[in-house]
Design a protein around this ligand. Structure first.
Ligand SMILES: [Cu+2]
Length: 142
């Protein structure tokens, strides 16, 4: 499941994937666990993909009781630690999709770190299971 170290980066990406979105949806996001295997603190500073016009680093924050996405300048990766990019939290935002995201296909993604190293990934497209609505839970009791 893990990607090998490439281009000298001390960072490894565990289980990277891209969220499948319905046709016509302009944006998607990629998630993974980043593991800084090195002895030096690093940061993810940018990313790019052949599948999207623009790729940004985002997080979610609560503002006035609302979940909002916010662009971040970097994602800190302290030495010897794992940082999770997951739905509802940090993510790599794919803006202006240039191709359909078909589950099972792989999307090329390049991560750039503040030490000048990069990590190239092939992240499979995956459908995310939606959380069940409360009304669905109720139907089990009938
Ligand atoms: Cu976002």
């Amino acid at each position: 499941m893990s990607q090998q170290l490439m281009a000298g980066s001390a960072v490894m990406a565990d289980d990277p994937y891209v969220r499948a979105v319905p046709p016509g949806q302009p944006n998607s996001a990629s998630f993974m666990t980043l593991h800084n295997m090195g002895k030096k603190d690093l940061a993810l500073v940018s990313a790019s993909s052949s599948a999207a016009e623009v790729v940004e680093l985002h997080t979610h924050t609560m503002e006035d009781g609302m979940m909002r996405m916010r662009k971040v300048e970097k994602i800190d990766l302290p030495a010897d630690q794992k940082i999770s990019l997951k739905p509802g939290g940090l993510h790599v935002m794919l803006i202006g999709l240039k191709q359909k995201l078909v589950p099972g296909e792989k999307i090329g993604l390049t991560l750039n770190f503040d030490d000048g190293s990069e990590l190239k990934l092939d992240a499979p497209v995956r459908k995310l299971r939606m959380k069940m609505k409360h009304s669905d839970h109720g139907s089990h009791n009938h």
